[in-house]
Design a protein around this ligand. Structure first.
Ligand code: NAD
Length: 255
């Protein structure tokens, strides 16, 4: 059983996950809004000699999510590993937080994982095997100011993870959340600029005083470390590990 559906698999952490799973021989369906998503999928397929399909589904729309899962089941045969990774961010004080940003962040960072999980569930249950891995955040476990929607959505993912773990247990379906600290990806590069405005700081100050201040190990988290943890969670060795929210955050949540 070696196939995986990775949302947001065409950028940042998701692309790192896709490369790591492809290295281990997984066939993939990657999803994302990147215009060159199809090319990225083709490059992965060539480089790692596996099948890689692409879906441009916009995860704000449940019907597109269901279509994406149907496509994955058609192209890959079945979905054994689902990685809910796509995410967006907006940084603003609560009084100025745009309602449409709240709705979009809740839709992509939380609701989409319910819709994908629901859509793959029956197949996983019938086959008696499934691995659902949610890429949450240290913000599933801790809050920061100016991130009302993101923190609420990521705390929600930690809860959804526990429910799916309990319901999946009789069917050998596990569900865990990985909770990274700051990783240098396009999402974070955009935040550095946003945070600089919100905190009235320079971008260098935001990295040193806001982002890495919380990580005892004064480094961004490495994408490949996250990918190796996800590979472990997808493996047979992790069969008894379920419902966990696992920090990989340079010591942030040790505080
Ligand atoms: P990224 O911006 O590099 O990638 C996000 C991916 O999600 C892209 O492929 C994008 O196209 C996709 N996406 C966004 N909105 C979408 C939509 N509506 N429909 C379909 N796809 C959509 O970001 P990243 O840093 O790699 O983040 C990946 C995940 O990791 C997110 O859930 C994020 O919250 C989480 N995370 C990131 C960090 C970090 O520091 N970068 C830390 C903790 C958690």
């Amino acid at each position: 059983m070696k196939n995986a559906l990775i949302t947001g698999g065409t950028s940042g952490i998701g692309l790192g996950l896709a490369s790591a799973f492809a290295t281990k021989g997984y066939n993939l369906l990657v999803n994302g809004l990147e215009k060159n998503g199809m090319e990225i999928a083709q490059q992965l397929a060539q480089e790692y000699e596996v099948e890689v399909y692409f879906s441009p589904a916009n995860l704000q729309h449940p019907e597109q999510i269901r279509q994406m899962v149907r496509q994955a089941e058609r192209e890959l045969g079945q979905v054994d590993v689902l990685i809910n990774n796509a995410g967006i961010q907006h940084v603003a004080p609560v009084a100025e937080f745009p309602e449409e940003k709240w709705d979009a962040i809740l839709a992509v960072n939380l609701s989409s994982s319910f819709h994908t999980s629901k859509a793959v569930w029956k197949g996983m249950q019938e086959r008696g095997f499934g691995r659902i891995i949610n890429i949450a955040s240290a913000h599933a476990l801790r809050a920061s100011e100016f991130k009302a929607a993101y923190v609420a959505a990521k705390h929600g993912i930690a809860g959804l993870t526990k429910v799916l773990a309990l319901e999946g247990a009789p069917h050998n379906i596990t569900c865990n959340a990985i909770c990274p600290g700051y990783v240098k990806t396009p999402l974070v590069e955009a935040q550095i600029a946003d945070q600089a405005r919100a905190h009235s700081m320079s971008e260098d100050e935001v990295v040193a005083k806001v982002m890495l201040k919380k990580q005892a190990v004064k480094q961004f988290v490495d994408v490949q470390s996250i990918a190796q943890l996800a590979l472990f969670l997808a493996s047979e060795a992790a069969a008894q590990m379920t419902g966990a929210s696992l920090p990989i955050d340079g010591g942030w949540t040790a505080q």
